[in-house]
Design a protein around this ligand. Structure first.
Ligand code: GDP
Ligand code: MG
Length: 308
């Protein structure tokens, strides 16, 4: 029988916390007696993942070497690396095959162009999830991280929502958007609207209606960019709800919630014969995963705002 794997690809801009989350997921998996392995897919990522089981694309190719050898800039070198990986995908499959029954945590590169203006990542995902692959089969969910700093300005939050809609449409995978580093609210101060509003993302237009955001020159955002932004917000609102999962790496409960959401999205959650520890977590919180419980948001608000 062809071995079947479950996994997540973690995406988002550089510095948003992808590698940290990969490690956090791996630790949590260990706590619930699930085996997992991190696969670094960013040929420019110098993180060593010390103490973590890891397959590293740097063993195959690095952006640095390609830049030197072909005298390319970093972006062109990255594209070269991806094409090389696509041409040599058996390198990755040969490594993965040794980790039967492991959960696969892919740490992906941050450059947004790779997801929007180029088909490298799309092609890679097609190869990874190819149903005709006779070596192994993988069921994936994409998890895109956004910095909670995006919530403080109308334009940045609407951009983040737009990126989320576009990337999710481009990847053709089950998809989750995450608002990460929420612990930083303690430093940034309270957000203009409630945390629940940003997480549920049900009515982007509302944000524009109530904002008093001004430019550096004192001009009101609403007057200067209101029309265009309103149209964009309306378009997103009409498409689908862009909701975000709350997260910060220190909060184990939120990491567990994310794991269950990922499992529901890629199908692991519905397997028979799951380990007893996992079954008991399912019984305890499984139903809450499909929505954002008000108590959870209130608990978070207390934790994040009251220590200000
Ligand atoms: N405050 C805070 N910092 C975080 C969190 N997650 C990651 N970081 C920090 O953000 C920086 C970038 O994280 P990293 O995982 O390397 O980001 P990547 O470039 O997306 O892989 C590091 O200094 C991390 O310690 C978080 O949840 N909260
Ligand atoms: Mg990283």
């Amino acid at each position: 029988m062809i071995p079947y794997y479950y996994g997540s690809i973690i995406i988002g801009p550089s510095g948003v916390g992808k590698s940290t989350l990969c490690k956090g997921l791996s630790q949590m998996m260990q706590q619930i007696q699930r085996k997992s392995i991190i696969i670094n897919m960013d040929p420019a990522n110098e993180d060593l993942y010390e103490d973590y089981l890891c397959i590293n694309i740097l063993e195959l190719i690095t952006v640095e070497d390609v830049m030197k050898e072909f005298k390319l800039g970093p972006n062109a070198a990255l594209l070269y690396c991806f094409q090389f990986l696509l041409d040599n995908i058996s390198w990755l499959f040969d490594k993965l095959i040794k980790y039967k029954d492991y959960y696969l945590i892919f740490d992906f590169p941050g450059q947004i162009e790779l997801y929007l203006a180029n088909d490298s990542i799309y092609n890679l995902i097609q190869l990874l999830t190819n149903k005709n692959n006779q070596t192994l089969q993988i069921s994936l969910v994409a998890v895109q991280l956004f910095d909670c700093l995006n919530c403080y300005q109308v334009n940045t939050f609407i951009s983040a929502s737009l990126v989320s809609v576009t990337v999710s449409a481009n990847l053709s995978l089950p998809y989750l958007a995450v608002l990460n580093k929420l612990d930083l609210i303690k430093q940034y101060g309270e957000m203009p609207l409630s945390l629940q509003y940003y997480l549920e993302g049900e009515n982007l237009k509302y944000m524009l209606e109530v904002t008093d955001q001004c430019d550096e020159d004192g001009q009101k955002f609403k007057e200067k960019y209101g029309q265009l932004t309103y149209q964009i917000a309306q378009l997103i609102d009409s498409k689908e709800v862009v909701s975000f999962e709350p997260l910060f790496v220190e909060n184990k409960k939120l990491i567990m919630r994310l794991i269950l959401k990922m499992d529901k999205a890629n199908g692991y959650y519905f397997l028979e014969n799951l380990p007893p520890i996992y079954k008991s977590i399912q019984d305890e919180v499984g139903e809450e995963i499909d929505f954002l419980p008000t108590e959870l948001v209130m608990e978070l608000e207390t934790e994040l705002f009251e220590s200000n």
